[in-house]
Ligand binder design. Structure first.
Ligand code: APR
Length: 240
């Protein structure tokens, strides 16, 4: 009689660094978005109230950029790991919690993805709550397709707002055996606090170009570009 090992449960937290090699900018790297844009103007509800045209133009530009980029080897490797769980090559469960608002995980084939900071290819109506998929530009006078009022905003979580899917994320963190961060600076909470939250019950791994701010929080660090380190880590996992 063979003994069945319970599936290994992995939570992967991704940040802007995983999409850097696809051509999307990060926020805090030297040439990052926040070196050219003021967070208070484009990433707060107050900024949106002050100048909705400025904010809409900022997200319209990023949304247009999405059409010109593709998932990279890191996104594809995570999608492969999820596929391996489905077809039995890997006895595990993978959940991707992403801080990214791009759709490169889904375009790579990942299905088990939670966008805790929202999605660029959606808008949200502040009157009726509809969150329609949105691929083009959205301006302050653009009517909501559901209630026809001109009260749409980017479906993105701004500073001072509560991230999305926190109940499911907390449940997954409490039950994970391994927690892996990829391409995040670990500066924005609550995401930056997840590693300390899981350390008592999960192996913690950081994958980044640079060492983590608090190395003692991680059992293991893999330093290098995501497109090289993530496929390596997945091959190792599938080989184990
Ligand atoms: N491979 C791996 N890591 C990389 C790569 C790469 N090719 N390029 C950059 N990085 C790393 C950087 O070293 C840095 O640690 O990615 C990280 C990017 O950090 P940030 O720009 O701070 O992005 P992120 O951590 O996702 O920001 C968190 O802040 O501005 C808000 O809402 C926004 O979701 C975002 C949150």
């Amino acid at each position: 009689m063979t003994q069945h090992h319970p599936a290994e449960r992995i939570v992967v937290l991704t940040g802007a660094g995983i999409s850097r090699e696809s051509g999307l900018e990060t926020f805090r790297d030297a040439d990052g978005l926040w070196s050219r844009h003021n967070i208070a103007d484009v990433c707060t509800p107050e900024g949106f109230r002050r100048d909705p045209m400025l904010v809409d133009r900022f997200y319209n530009g990023r949304r247009a950029e999405l059409a010109s980029v593709q998932p990279n080897a890191a996104h594809l490797a995570l999608a492969e790991l999820e596929r391996a769980a489905h077809d039995g090559r890997w006895n595990g469960e993978l959940l991707i919690v992403t801080q990214n608002i791009d759709d490169l995980h889904e375009r790579a084939g990942s299905r088990n993805v939670l966008h805790m900071h929202g999605e660029l290819r959606r808008v949200r109506c502040t009157s009726c709550g509809a969150t329609p998929e949105w691929l083009g530009d959205c301006l302050p006078d653009t009517p909501c397709p559901a209630c026809h009022r001109p009260t749409l905003r980017p479906d993105v979580v701004w500073f001072g707002e509560v991230p999305l899917h926190m109940d499911r994320i907390e449940t997954a963190l409490a039950g994970c055996d391994r927690f892996v961060t990829i391409g995040t600076s670990g500066t924005v909470y609550p995401a930056a606090g997840f590693v300390a939250q899981v350390r008592d019950h999960a192996e913690t791994v950081d994958i980044n170009l640079d060492p983590p701010q608090v190395p003692t929080l991680f059992d293991r660090t893999l330093i290098g570009p995501a497109t090289r380190m993530v496929p390596q880590w997945v091959i190792e996992l599938l080989g184990a």
